[in-house]
Design a protein around this ligand. Structure first.
Ligand code: DC
Length: 227
C-alpha cells in the first residue's frame, strides 16, 4: 500500500524546501503541484493568453498540456511539452497568472487527475493548496504549514534577490497578500486547513526545526501504520 504525505499552505511557508528535504531523506517521490499550475500559466502566456476572459482556451490548453517532473540527486526539473522550464516558471508574472488559472474549476479537475495519476502506487510527498482537502483527503499524513505574511514576504524577498528578480519588499508583500486572498477565496478548492491536518506555524522556526517536526509526524504515523 502506497504511503502519502500531503502538505498544504500559502507561499513562503517553506513547503517547497521542506518537501524536497523530506523526499530525499525518506525516499519519497516529491510532487510539486504549484509547478504544474505555473507550467500551465507559462504555456498560456506563450500562446498569448493572459486574462481569464479567455477561459475556454485556458481549459483547452490544460487538457492538452504535457508536464513532466524529473527527479535527480539534488533537485527536481520541470518539463513543459519536452522543454525544461524549471527556472522560467518562477517569475512574478507566472506567480500571479498561475493563481488566476488555478481558479478555473475545469483546470483544477484536469490537474487533480494528473496529480493522482503521477502518484499512483508510489510512496509520495505532495505539496500545494488542495492536496490535504481534495487531491488526497485520506492521505496518511496531512500537514498545513503556515507563517505570518510579514515573515513569508521577507523570505520571498530574500529568495528573489538571490535569484536576481527585481522588486521592493513592499511589492513582494503586496503581491503575496493578493495571491493569498485569491487562493483562499476562490470558489473551488480554496486553500484551507483540512480536517485532521497538523498545523505548523513556521514563523519563528528554522528550516531544520520544521524538517524535524515534519519527520516526527511522518515517523509516528508510519510506525502506527505498520503495527
Ligand atoms: O505553490 P506555488 O506558489 O508554486 O503555486 C502557484 C499557484 O498555483 C498558487 O498561487 C495557487 C496555485 N496552486 C493551486 O491552486 N493548487 C495547488 N495544489 C498548487 C498551486
Amino acid at each position: 500500500m502506497a504511503f502519502v504525505v500531503a502538505i498544504d499552505g500559502p507561499s513562503g511557508t517553506g513547503k517547497g524546501t521542506i518537501t524536497k528535504l523530506i523526499a530525499k531523506e525518506m525516499g519519497l517521490l516529491n510532487i510539486d503541484t504549484g509547478a504544474m499550475y505555473r507550467s500551465l500559466a507559462l504555456k498560456c502566456l506563450k500562446l498569448g493568453i493572459n486574462t481569464l476572459e479567455e477561459k475556454e482556451r485556458i481549459i483547452e490548453t490544460a487538457k492538452n498540456i504535457n508536464i513532466e517532473i524529473q527527479h535527480n540527486e539534488e533537485n527536481q526539473e520541470i518539463f513543459l511539452d519536452g522543454e525544461n522550464v524549471t527556472k522560467d516558471i518562477r517569475t512574478k508574472e507566472i506567480s500571479a497568472f498561475s493563481s488566476l488559472v488555478s481558479s478555473i474549476p475545469e483546470v483544477r479537475e484536469t490537474m487533480v487527475n494528473m496529480q493522482r495519476k503521477m502518484a499512483q502506487n508510489k510512496d509520495i510527498i505532495m505539496e500545494g493548496r488542495d492536496i490535504t482537502t481534495v487531491v488526497f483527503p485520506n492521505a496518511d499524513v496531512k500537514i498545513y504549514l503556515d507563517a505570518s505574511l510579514e515573515e513569508r514576504a521577507k523570505r520571498r524577498y530574500k529568495e528573489n534577490k538571490e535569484k536576481g528578480i527585481q522588486g521592493t519588499f513592499e511589492e513582494t508583500l503586496k503581491a503575496m497578500e493578493k495571491r493569498d486572498y485569491d487562493d483562499t477565496h476562490r470558489e473551488v478548492a480554496p486553500l484551507r486547513i483540512a480536517e485532521g491536518a497538523v498545523v505548523i506555524d513556521t514563523t519563528k522556526l528554522t528550516i531544520e526545526e520544521v524538517n524535524k517536526k515534519v519527520k516526527e509526524i511522518i515517523n509516528e504515523k508510519y510506525e502506527n501504520n505498520s503495527k
